[in-house]
Design a protein around this ligand. Structure first.
Ligand code: TRP
Length: 359
């Protein structure tokens, strides 16, 4: 190989309902990538047990639901590999090896761990601490070069690059000796001549695509928010979507006619942002039409657009959820295709490390 084969990898956890933030911030942005390079979209069920084991029946249902959402949003199983993480053993195996590459200090700096573990770090699972190593393994088991994620995952991707760089360096001579890997076009004291893992490029969705809570424009829309009114779930019907938008928090002023007028108005900014993202418009465009109008006029328009854009997808999701056989067969086929890529990578990695292969 003379260069890394371009490849996209991304994933969503099957915990709770998927919501508008997952759709606009992640899955909808993956759809066009399918026509640009090989793409792998994973339902990361092994990550979903790091913050406590969910109810087993709910975990498998949520795994199917995320799969249905991928497909309803336009991820096409004939173009992309769609599978659930736990079905491909190589993720867990590579994560173990990365546990021995990554340093305690690196992981101790992860803000997501600090947030999720909260005050009681002693009681957090070891899996929650090692979560980013598993994420690095997800990506690097396919030697993926591009990873589209929200900006909350930026630090985890930097860690993935650090792991790849350390592995490449620690085994630089060995990788060259075995004649595997890819020549490094710019060797340096930091990176050797021959690389086994790519330094993955983050494709970060900026804050503009970050969808905030409908009840508090300063907090991200989240499946863990106790108020269901704070988010639009991809399983909500039209009436529920309309109700949630009607009840969304706003301020008393009319909409501004320029984007600068949205500063310090987080709820207004969020609703305009949602309108823009759903309509494929910029916030400027939206304010050209709605600047000077009251929320009492804007909200019904937003509702109508949200229902028009989301209901074909949610209908399709419901249809797919009724056809578990189809979903499971997509996942099975995906797992087989994913294994076919990850197995030879792990074979190489075992050889690089020096694990004795007797089978
Ligand atoms: N940690 C990601 C999130 O919470 C999900 C994830 C797991 C992921 N493995 C991944 C995303 C690999 C991209 C690539 O959003």
């Amino acid at each position: 190989m003379t260069a890394f084969q371009p490849r996209v990898f991304s994933g969503v956890q099957p915990t709770g309902n998927l919501h508008l933030g997952n759709y606009l911030g992640a899955v909808s942005r993956w759809v066009p990538l399918q026509d640009q390079m090989p793409t792998i979209f994973c339902v990361v069920d092994s990550h979903a047990i790091t913050a406590g084991f969910p109810d087993p029946v709910e975990l498998s249902e949520a795994t199917r639901e995320v799969t249905a959402a991928y497909m309803a949003a336009g991820i096409d199983p004939t173009k992309s590999i769609i599978f659930n993480q736990s079905q491909v053993r190589e993720h867990a195996e590579l994560a173990w090896i990365f546990n021995c590459v990554a340093r305690m200090g690196w992981l101790s700096r992860m803000t997501q761990f600090k947030e999720k573990a909260g005050k009681n770090k002693e009681n957090a699972s070891v899996g929650l601490f090692a979560y980013p190593n598993l994420m690095a393994a997800d990506i690097l088991a396919y030697r993926a070069t591009h990873v589209p994620v929200g900006d909350d995952q930026k630090q985890h991707l930097e860690l993935t690059r650090d792991i790849a760089a350390k592995f490449n360096n620690d085994f630089g001579e060995r990788i060259k000796e075995l004649g595997i890997g890819v020549p490094n076009p710019t060797p340096s004291p930091e990176l050797p001549e021959q690389l086994y893992f790519p330094l993955t490029e983050p494709m970060i969705a900026g804050p503009a695509t970050r969808i905030m809570s409908l009840r508090d424009g300063t907090k991200k829309m989240s499946k863990s928010d106790p108020s269901d009114l704070s988010r639009i779930n991809l399983t909500d019907d039209s009436d529920t979507i309309a109700k949630k938008i009607r009840k969304a928090k706003t301020d008393p002023d009319a909409l501004p006619s320029a984007v600068e007028g949205l500063a310090d108005r987080p709820e207004a900014d969020n609703l305009v942002g949602i309108y823009a993202a759903l309509g494929g418009l910029s916030k400027e465009d939206v304010l050209k039409d709605f600047g000077g109008q009251q929320f009492s006029a804007f909200k019904p328009a937003l509702s109508e657009l949200a229902v028009a854009k989301l209901s074909p997808m949610t209908d399709e999701m419901r249809r797919l959820m009724d056809d578990k056989v189809q979903i499971d067969s997509v996942l099975k086929d995906g797992a087989e295709k994913a294994s076919a890529i990850a197995e030879p990578v792990l074979k190489d990695v075992r050889r690089i490390i020096g694990f004795l292969d007797v089978r």
